[in-house]
Design a binder for this molecule. Sequence first.
Ligand SMILES: [Ca+2]
Ligand SMILES: [Ca+2]
Ligand SMILES: [Ca+2]
Length: 248
Amino acid sequence: MANVIETTDAPASITTPYTLLVGQTAAGAIGVAFNSDFYRIDLTAGHQYVFALLGAGGSASLPDSLLTLEKLDGASGGTLTVASNDDSLGDGNSVIRFTAPETATYYLNAQGYWDFVGTYLLAANEGTRLNVGAELARNLLDNNDTGAQWTTNEGTSGNVTIGFRKTLAGVGATQFTDAQKAATQQITAMISEVCGLTFTYVDPTGFTDSATILLQNINDPFFPDRMGSSFSARRCFMWVACPAPLRR
Ligand SMILES: [Ca+2]
Ligand SMILES: [Ca+2]
Ligand SMILES: [Ca+2]
């Protein structure tokens, strides 16, 4: 449950009645195209913060968010944008990492990208890494664009087979190392904790071509990096097969 609930639509200005404390989350909605919602937040000079805006709330979820951080502009009486992000959290979601140059009141401006509308979660925490609690994790795992899900009925538990690809494909393809295999198993264990999905490893210490999810590395200089830079040196690639009754 979010700490702050936007009941009446938040104005797109510093008159907003909503305040977010560092460490809290807010749940709100972009109800109409091109609307936006301001949340006041007090930041301390020299401290590092992470702010995230993501679609949340199932089928009504905001498919593509845009987040800016605003500060009062004394000269104009309006606000100045000091940081902004569109898609760096993946799946159209937004994340801003910000070191406050001064102790001041700032405003998080939650928006849909272009004319997108829907419900969202806004989160603020101190540090350099996004603090992903269960509520945030659940919505990050959601596919906002399609509402696709692993089980026939949303919210029920499911079982997915996973393995490390034996027959490689693509530019610069390599098999997962033992360290990568171990990290993958830690990550899927964390996902299982928050969403009730069970991952069954096919040959967890070896390689296979027969699982719903297959993982390998690729090293393709022309493959754009999802995290924002133009070209990435490395990324891992995931194949997802779709046996009934799973949908993805
Ligand atoms: Ca709103
Ligand atoms: Ca609004
Ligand atoms: Ca976006």
